[in-house]
Design a protein around this ligand. Structure first.
Ligand code: GAP
Length: 517
């Protein structure tokens, strides 16, 4: 199946099974804003718990906070967001559509790569077994010419971005004859910078109202609480502060479902270290975070690092953890060594001293920071994309299932009476009433047992316990495993222990425990 089709199916599956809904759908929706449904919210909560427990529970020197979304507006001046949190934007005069100038150029560059790939595929067909792809890529005149043109544009593009040269960005669009995908014309406006922060007013009267922003990242709430946490928690460097919360960005090009949203959620941790030790901690957290991703069991090849060549002015190292989405490898997490930039800026703008006295070094300094920052929604999308499967069964029927890690699945156990009569429903209800204290269970008695299994497969429930006539005689149930569809007989007395063992968050956390900060 083409990856485009997989993605479309995933999006409709999310809606059909209560994972994700378009926000305000009955009013025709609100672009790039989504709601999580009854299964989605459980998966999301489990992802957040996995992250929180792995950062805060497992690390004695990492503590959590929950700071407010509204913050003093000067914070965003100090952080650089008021002046520099911008996207270059261009409008097409005919369609009145607005685009990110850099995205238009990136898409144009990607077309050169597609052209090259097509040439390679054609040649592979032509030459069959004798085909040497590496040699073809190095010698084919068409490919070489294609690459030359691409590299030329790419060089101009990166220079324009680095120099913040908006006129040159427009010129590249004109020179490359890039057309508006809607109107098909090249009638472009100038390129302008567009700030991504949402603002609103705080206060009751127009005169006294203060312009405040919806935070575009949760990290600043951590920086401005550094002293509060360090002092009240008697924290010694190195230590970290973790936070999960909403962030808001007025993204111009919002697409690919929940990949790029205007309201989203971040899980961020700032790790404060002594100056000079930041790169060693950067490496440490880089490895830990990759381990966290890989512990989910989707396969190491699904993840890769993308180290940044071009660093923000305040960073001395940065990498992304990328995941192979149906539309290619994309960033799900950023790990940055942010030097002492943020704390120094807040010291400057607030006029308050933000220093740490290091008893071991016998001096005080502004700590350096290593940040790990992951989007909950992107993580959610990556997990669903990796879990979504279609299988053709022996009879030709298609089974759609989500192979979610049992620990993260919204429902751990479905309890299904084979039929409603003969006391089976009552027995199943009794089990449900006992087991619901241990993990998320779902009771279902409607439709044939086959249909009920399919429904549970589709929401990713790892285990189904079927109560049948034998249950009334010997107190055993059939436990069906989602992925293999194998069935085994388990006594009702041990059911709680068997399912708890397989779905406990400890299973994931233990894989990370030996990695100490
Ligand atoms: N404090 C650093 C920071 O915010 P970022 O790379 O801009 O860094 C971190 O964002 C993570 O937040 C990204 O890796 C991504 O997972 C998520 N994220 C950023 N913008 C997003 C958006 N518009 N929609 C969904 N997730 C987003």
């Amino acid at each position: 199946m083409a990856q485009d089709d997989v993605f479309k199916k995933l999006v409709s599956h999310c809606k059909e099974y209560g994972y994700v809904f378009q926000s305000s759908e009955i009013y025709d929706g609100l672009s790039a804003v989504y709601d999580y449904g009854q299964t989605g919210v459980e998966l999301k909560n489990n992802i957040k718990k996995y992250w929180w427990d792995s950062m805060v529970l497992l690390h004695e020197n990492v503590v959590g906070i929950d700071s407010a979304i509204f913050m003093h507006p000067t914070i965003w001046k100090a952080s650089g967001h008021v002046d520099a949190f911008n996207d270059p934007l261009i409008d097409n005069r005919d369609s009145k559509k607005r685009y990110r100038a850099d995205v238009l150029i990136e898409e144009h560059l990607a077309r050169y790569d597609e052209k090259t790939d097509k040439e390679v595929q054609k040649a592979a067909k032509r030459f069959g077994d004798r085909f040497d792809e590496a040699m073809f890529r190095e010698t084919s005149p068409r490919i070489l010419e294609n690459r030359r043109k691409r590299d030329e544009i790419h060089t101009r593009f990166t220079r324009a971005l680095n120099e913040n040269n908006l006129e040159e960005l427009r010129q590249i669009i004109i020179d490359c004859e890039i057309v508006c995908p809607v109107s098909g014309t090249r009638n472009w406006t100038e390129v302008r910078q567009f700030n991504l922060m949402f603002s609103t007013e705080m206060g009751s009267t127009a005169d006294a109202a203060m312009k405040v922003y919806l935070r575009p990242e949760t990290a600043q709430g951590i920086f401005v609480n550094f002293l509060n946490v360090q002092k009240t928690g008697r924290m010694k460097i190195p230590f970290g502060i973790a936070q999960i919360g909403k962030a808001f960005r007025n993204e111009i090009v919002a697409r690919q479902f929940i990949f790029r949203m205007r309201e989203f959620e971040q899980m961020e941790m700032q790790f404060f270290v002594a100056p000079g030790e930041e790169l060693q901690w950067f490496e440490h957290w880089k490895q830990f975070r990759m381990k966290w991703h890989r512990a989910l069991g989707f396969g190491a090849e699904k993840y890769r690092f993308h180290d940044h060549d071009k660093l923000a002015h305040y960073a001395n190292a940065a990498t992304d953890v990328e995941f192979e989405m149906p539309f290619g490898f994309r960033e799900v997490e950023g790990i940055h060594s942010r030097t002492d930039f943020d704390l120094s800026q807040h010291e400057k703008y607030s006029g308050k001293k933000i220093h740490y006295f290091d008893p071991e070094q016998g001096k005080s300094y502004v700590p350096f920071v290593v940040e790990t920052s992951i989007g909950v929604d992107r993580m959610f999308l990556s997990i669903l994309a990796a879990s979504y499967c279609e299988e053709t069964l022996d009879g030709g029927e298609t089974r759609v299932l989500l192979k979610l890690p049992p620990t993260l699945a919204p429902v751990k156990l479905a309890i299904l009476p084979l039929v409603k009569k003969d006391g089976l429903a009552e027995k199943a209800r009794e089990m449900m009433d006992n087991l619901k204290f241990s993990f998320a269970c779902q009771y279902d008695e409607k439709d044939s047992i086959g249909k009920r299994y399919r429904r549970q497969d589709a929401i990713g429930t790892p285990f189904c316990a079927t109560v049948d006539h034998r249950t009334l005689e010997d107190n055993t149930v059939t436990v069906r495993h989602r992925d293999s569809m194998e069935q085994e007989r388990v006594s009702t007395d041990s059911l709680q222990r068997v399912i708890a063992e397989k779905t406990d968050m400890k299973n994931l956390l233990k894989q990370l425990a030996q990695h100490k900060a």
